[in-house]
Write a protein that binds this ligand. Structure first.
Ligand code: ADP
Ligand code: NI
Length: 218
């Protein structure tokens, strides 16, 4: 127990230093919120809390978005670190599998690994993409990519593949339709779904107000 506590502390320091220069929506505070969400959801699930903690802390350790699309960097960085601090090898394999399978992509394509711990962390990560925080993160990311907020001449095209969407430099508001508004139906846990629905309603209200203001009303 003492040892696990120590390993969590070491992981927190490692993640903080790794994410020092991260974009505002994928920084240490995102990890902290996901960890808190995950611990809350874990209370009503039968999971290994140590695996949930490590998985939440390391889930974005080297996000492929920021590594030229390379999806092997994150899992490798995590494995190497966990070996260095002497985490049990079964736990390491579980955590690495979680990192490999957590992204949104896992929601559309068949997932080749499942676990309750992954379900909890995935819900926790999705919750941070919703509600007021989700809206803030989305516009921050759009700014980071120098995208327009909204362009009435570029309506969201739901038939677009993820790759085409990324290449299109579509306005930030389109991301709500490509991803954010779809998340509430993808939640794995009861607790996650309940909170997701509340945050979804808030985002719908935001969009309604946004379009009204765009027209010069309100
Ligand atoms: P995950 O890491 O959960 O697989 P992402 O890293 O793709 O998901 O998305 C996390 C958050 O980053 C999103 O919820 C959103 O706020 C922001 N984001 C990612 N891609 C885009 C995008 N194309 N446009 C605007 N925001 C984005
Ligand atoms: Ni994340």
């Amino acid at each position: 127990m003492e040892n696990k506590h120590n390993q969590i502390e070491q992981t927190i320091s490692f993640v903080k230093s790794q994410l020092k220069n991260a974009e505002g929506g994928h920084d240490w505070f995102h990890i902290q919120r996901v960890l808190n969400n995950a611990l809350l959801i874990a209370k009503t699930e039968h999971v290994d809390v140590f695996v949930v903690q490590l998985g939440a802390l390391l889930h974005d350790i080297a996000d492929s978005k920021f590594h030229n699309g390379d999806e092997t960097v994150g899992p490798n960085v995590a494995r190497e670190f966990l070996m260095k601090i002497n985490v049990d090898s079964n736990v390491i394999e579980h955590v690495v599998n979680i990192i490999e399978n957590i992204s949104f992509k896992g929601g559309n394509e068949p997932q080749n690994f499942t676990s309750q711990e992954l379900d909890v962390i995935q819900d926790a990560d999705r919750l941070d993409a919703l509600g007021a925080i989700g809206i803030a993160r989305t516009f921050n990311y759009g700014g980071f990519k120098n995208r327009a907020l909204y362009d009435p001449e570029i309506p969201p095209n739901l038939a677009m593949t993820k790759e085409a969407y990324k290449a299109s430099n579509a306005p930030t508001i389109n991301h709500f339709y490509e991803k954010l508004l779809l998340l509430k139906d993808k939640m794995n846990t009861e607790t996650g779904r309940k909170v997701a629905i509340e945050r979804h309603v808030f985002m719908e209200q935001f969009l309604e107000q946004f379009y009204a203001e765009w027209q010069g009303m309100k």
